[in-house]
Ligand binder design. Sequence first.
Ligand code: FE
Length: 195
Amino acid sequence: MDLRVRALETVLARKGYVDPAALDVLIDTYQTRIGPRNGARVVAKAWADPAYREWLLRDGTAAIASLGYQGRQGEHMVVVENTEAVHHMVVCTLCSCYPWPVLGLPPTWYKSAPYRSRAVREPRAVLAEFGVRLPEATQVRVWDSTAEIRYLVLPRRPAGSEGLSEEALAELVTRDSMVGVGEALPVPPAAASSQ
Ligand code: FE
């Protein structure tokens, strides 16, 4: 795959269709400047601000853009909220569609054929492999990304996080929890005792 991509890039560059320097800037931007910390700020704000949470679930694109996160692969954002009753997880069965402005570039496993097929066929088994074990009563919903719509999971707020600042809350939000294959981190004892 690596060789194929390099061969394709070489041909496109030789024909003058793409500028290798522009590609490098794009990759660097999404790899180092934009990443899951953006999504973590969105989640932390939703946990801390009920009005923002309501807006985020109603119009994810606008609520996320209000924090400055927008652009390609994030033009149509849908945010789904995990609760005790329902657990959401996200896949792109066709390829690797992923919400770049809030999560950066997709991890390798997200693009792998096993994840893409098994997430819809046996989501609970996949979740267990990621360390997420849900009660039988919790419904699992799997969202298949499309060329247009990208999903962000609003994970459940960790117990004991009531007094934390938005900044401290964002530290508990992992990339995997926003794809729905993980949960937010527990509140560290030091933070809990300093409330
Ligand atoms: Fe895709």
